[in-house]
Design a protein around this ligand. Structure first.
Ligand SMILES: CSCC[C@H](NC(C)=O)C(=O)O
Ligand SMILES: [Zn+2]
Ligand SMILES: [Zn+2]
Length: 421
């Protein structure tokens, strides 16, 4: 039996050794997974050192833009034969969410590969796989001597997992972003447990709201009128009744996915100082995700009514309130979508078009008017982003590189569009 190329780390990670030589792309993926770019203190320097090395290997220039203190966006550029044309953006974020290590089978940063070729680690799906797949696809296309009309930018951004405010949200307004002359972007999607691949042409709007309920204080032994808790209860009921309706709409509408309904989750409650003191204020917070088909002004009016009906003096504040509902065309007549979907069709891939249920950096790209598709080529894979024991099978990972080997040329060869020279 040949030892696995990364044998020693398999053993330290408690994994099972593979009996065949590992594909170098898989080894590189596992190396990247071991970098602790995990919140709350991501090691972004380690990621930048890794990406510097990749740029040298690929022979591509890499610019680094510090968009906010300590928050660097890195961009590798493969210039096209006609650089005046709009470019293609291959975007990925470098950060990952924290883990509950005690619930993992293996060290979440050891990139252990088991006997079935499943690679375990935070970021295997979200979205270190895609980063390496972009890099490997470019490496292979270069090795085959390919060159394309349109310039291709590989962009690596920080802070997506904490909202992207000091990452992509700021960078899209930077002159250096505009200089990239982007025409079309690819960013992350989700795994699909079945044979099909899911592609996302829009996202629900995240609204994070805290409702503040003031009330009369008093002794905990009395029937005090107009308490904060009574108002809080009515507010909670209105939000959660609506939640039930939306849940029912999802379960009874056959073609609906999560992206087609509004989710409401009560995520925080605050208030009170002692068992026997009726508090003079209580707060409740909700995470709401609203599909692009919902009229946001009307939705806010509904929230106002719920608060008004719940009692006097109730106010609310948004911690997150996305108002941009742009979606990307998936009409066959759209040249970008046509290139994307035709390349997938040529590989016999079935695509399910959906609205992304959560929020990614694509929302900032779409908000400035650029088309963006969320796509992570992972079929036959359970959706495990942010979950315990996140993993990706190495064969699925390797197939994803082949997918980009076809997609990238198709997109970078889209003929000049009206207005382009
Ligand atoms: C609203 S900023 C937070 C972004 C985060 N993105 C993902 C993909 O989990 C979310 O949707 O909660
Ligand atoms: Zn992600
Ligand atoms: Zn994530």
């Amino acid at each position: 039996m040949l030892p696995d190329k990364d044998g020693p780390s398999d053993l330290t990670g408690g994994g099972i050794q593979s009996n065949s030589r590992e594909d170098p792309a898989v080894s590189l993926f596992r190396e990247y997974l071991r970098l602790k770019t995990v919140h709350p203190e991501p090691d972004y320097d380690a990621a930048l050192r890794f990406l510097d090395r990749m740029a040298v290997e690929l022979g591509l220039p890499m610019q680094k833009v510090e968009v906010c203190p300590g928050k660097v966006v890195a961009i590798m550029t493969w210039e096209g034969t006609n650089p005046s044309l709009k470019s293609i953006l291959l975007n990925s974020h470098t950060d990952v969410v924290p883990v509950y290590q005690e619930h993992w089978k293996y060290d979440a940063f050891a990139a252990v590969k088991d006997g079935e070729g499943n690679i375990y680690g935070r970021g295997t799906q979200d979205m270190k796989c895609v980063t390496i797949q972009y890099i490997e696809a470019v490496r292979r296309l270069q090795a085959a001597g390919k060159r394309f009309a349109r310039t291709i930018h590989l962009m690596f951004v920080p802070d997506e997992e904490i909202g992207g405010h000091e990452g992509m949200e700021t960078f899209v307004k930077h002159p250096k972003f505009l200089n990239l002359n982007i025409g079309f972007a690819l960013d992350e999607g989700l795994a699909n447990p079945a044979e099909a691949f899911t592609v996302f042409y829009g996202e629900r709007s995240p609204w994070w709201i805290t409702v503040h309920c003031p009330g009369s204080p008093g002794h905990g032994s009395r029937f005090v009128e107009n308490t904060a808790a009574e108002k809080l209860r009515r507010v909670i009921n209105s939000f959660l009744d609506f939640r039930e309706k939306e849940k029912h709409r999802l379960s009874t509408t056959e073609c609906f996915t999560l992206g087609d309904v509004t989710t409401v989750n009560m995520t925080m409650v605050k208030g009170g100082v002692a068992y026997n003191v009726i508090p003079c204020e209580m707060d409740v917070s909700f995470d709401m995700r609203i599909p692009p088909t919902v009229n946001l002004q009307e939705f806010e009016e509904q929230i106002k009514r719920w608060c008004k009906e719940a009692g006097e003096g109730i106010t609310y504040k948004f911690a997150q309130k996305n108002m941009n509902q742009s979606t990307t065309s998936t009409e066959e007549s759209d040249p970008w979508w046509n290139a994307f979907s035709s390349a997938c069709k040529a590989m016999n891939m079935t695509l399910n078009k959906e609205i992304f249920p959560a929020a990614t950096d694509s929302r900032f790209i779409r908000a400035i008017g650029l088309p963006a598709i969320g796509f992570s080529p992972m079929n036959r894979t359970p959706i495990l982003l942010h979950d315990h024991n996140e993993y990706l099978n190495e064969q699925v990972f390797l197939r994803g590189i082949q997918v980009y080997e076809r997609l990238v040329p198709a997109l970078a060869s889209v003929p000049p569009l009206p207005g382009e020279v």
